[in-house]
Design a protein around this ligand. Structure first.
Ligand code: ADP
Ligand code: MG
Length: 270
């Protein structure tokens, strides 16, 4: 068996018994007073898919993610996770925001462990997984470091580990690498790809970078400007693992171009 076959068999194995749709967003609107942030968003994310939500700032991406996360209930419509209506944060979800929001007095390991403490789980059962995540995200040697001793990219890696330590099936990421410099961002994208290929979690990834969305995703949802709605969806059919040498390939260029055209068509280019 080739390594690709092994990987695919492994991911199929992991997915057995899971509901077909990880996330179901049905007719979600969001109003803040008289302001309408989201207009009838319908979106289904199948189990194991890496989906990016792409759109200009202010179009309601974070609002949509907060509804999926169970942090802010939508004005109308429903969100389901694994078939259950979301009314509060779901235990099978991990979240990464743009800012790492680490506790400054806690070490790397203790910041990651916070996720377990908040869920009333003892860290002892998770030591192996903790080690694995630290290796996977390149934090070996920094276990005892404090956040101020880490670069922005490393802090975001800690946030990623914190979102993954309880092994959630769904990962919600809201512009997680938006504050990083371009080079670090590419490294983080490669690492995220590695984590995703290993685990085949369902990922809802929010970004306003077209190339980042194409690089990472199986499918991209482009949102229109206020009020936010789904403008178009694009499947990204590039082989994995992807690397940055593929950015100039015709298929990559074609995907970014068609998204750019969609942005232009609805007057979204900022
Ligand atoms: P994005 O993440 O795409 O940049 P947001 O989802 O943060 O956009 O915001 C969409 C719109 O909704 C913005 O105009 C924002 O000001 C508004 N908004 C978001 N949250 C609130 C809130 N709690 N109260 C009032 N307006 C809000
Ligand atoms: Mg946002």
């Amino acid at each position: 068996m080739s390594s690709a076959d092994t990987a695919s068999a492994k991911s199929k194995d992991r997915r057995q018994g899971r509901p077909k749709n990880a996330i179901d967003i049905e007719g979600v609107t969001q109003r803040f007073g008289s302001f309408q942030a989201l207009d009838t968003v319908d979106l289904v994310i199948p189990d194991g898919q890496f989906l990016s939500v792409l759109g200009p700032s202010g179009c309601g991406k974070s609002t949509l993610m907060r509804a999926v996360a169970g942090l802010v209930p939508p004005t109308t419509g429903t969100v389901r996770i694994a078939g259950e209506i979301v009314e509060r944060p779901h235990p099978d979800v991990g979240i990464v925001f743009q800012k790492a929001t680490l506790l400054p007095w806690r070490s790397v390991v203790d910041n990651i462990a916070l996720q377990l403490e908040m869920r009333g789980k003892a860290i002892d059962g998770y030591r192996g997984r903790l080690k694995e995540l630290i290796e996977l995200t390149g934090l070996v040697g920094f276990e005892k470091a404090l956040p101020h001793q880490l670069s922005g990219g490393m802090q975001q890696r800690v946030a990623l580990c914190r979102a993954l330590i309880h092994d959630p099936q769904i990962l919600l990421m809201d512009e997680p690498f938006g504050a990083l410099d371009a080079m670090t961002r590419e490294t983080m994208n490669l690492e995220l790809q590695r984590v995703w290929l290993e685990s085949r979690k369902t990922v809802m990834f929010i970004t306003h970078s077209i190339s980042e969305a194409v690089f990472l995703s199986d499918r991209i949802v482009v949102m229109s400007k206020r009020p936010g709605r789904v403008a178009t969806m694009i499947d990204v059919d590039l082989p994995r693992p992807r690397d940055y040498s593929m950015v100039g390939d015709p298929a990559f260029v074609e995907a970014t171009t068609s998204i750019r055209q969609c942005f232009d068509a609805v007057g979204m280019t900022e």
